[in-house]
Design a protein around this ligand. Structure first.
Ligand SMILES: [Zn+2]
Length: 184
């Protein structure tokens, strides 16, 4: 059964009410990172001529999942790895200004977008805020058909060259990728 996520139900998915910001600690981490910095001469254009579009899920380390190194690929992320106008904007720039030629889509199992209902979420926002967003939430039930849908959008937009396009679902329980064939 699909769990419908509405505000106030965060504790039901294990999110505590208590919170203190972490930025100060992360800035300290950065100081240590910069002490041993060796990537200062990397080129702006990705060496593998690759762009990856992925969900923002915190369990997905895109560099580790694909064995990528710094400087090798563009990583474009949003909730769901959805092909929005803004993702198309990024890919168009990536290809035309920075030379990428290959695109990998990374969706995954157990996505937060499988837990929300577009209508209920928007109705809730409107009830609370008096306004509902113009953007689409783009929830989905099946990550495989959602990946296929995303590939289809890229094949249909004139702004992106999708000649070298592959789509995968990442299994968050075992780390494996499962390729999704393009729609016939
Ligand atoms: Zn996700």
């Amino acid at each position: 059964m699909t769990q419908i996520l509405v505000s106030g139900s965060l504790t039901s998915i294990g999110v505590s009410d208590e919170f203190s910001p972490n930025t100060d600690e992360l800035v300290v981490h950065n100081g240590r990172f910069a002490e041993n910095f060796e990537d200062g001469d990397l080129a702006v254009a990705p060496m593998m001529r690759l762009a990856v579009v992925a969900c923002m899920d915190s369990r997905m380390d895109i560099f580790k999942i694909l064995g990528l190194e710094n400087g090798e690929a563009h990583i474009v992320r949003n909730a769901g790895g959805v092909i929005t106008d803004d993702v198309i904007r990024s890919l168009c720039l990536s290809q035309r200004f920075l030379g990428t030629r290959e695109i990998i889509l990374l969706h995954h199992t157990d996505c937060g977008l499988q837990m929300v209902s577009e209508d209920e979420f928007k109705a809730e926002l409107e009830a609370e805020l008096g306004i509902k967003p113009r953007w689409s939430l783009e929830p989905f039930a099946d990550p495989y058909s959602d990946t296929r849908q995303s590939m289809q959008r890229l094949l249909l937009t004139p702004f992106v060259d999708a000649q070298h396009l592959r789509g995968f679902v990442y299994d968050v329980t075992d780390g494996h990728l499962h390729e999704v064939p393009q729609a016939e």
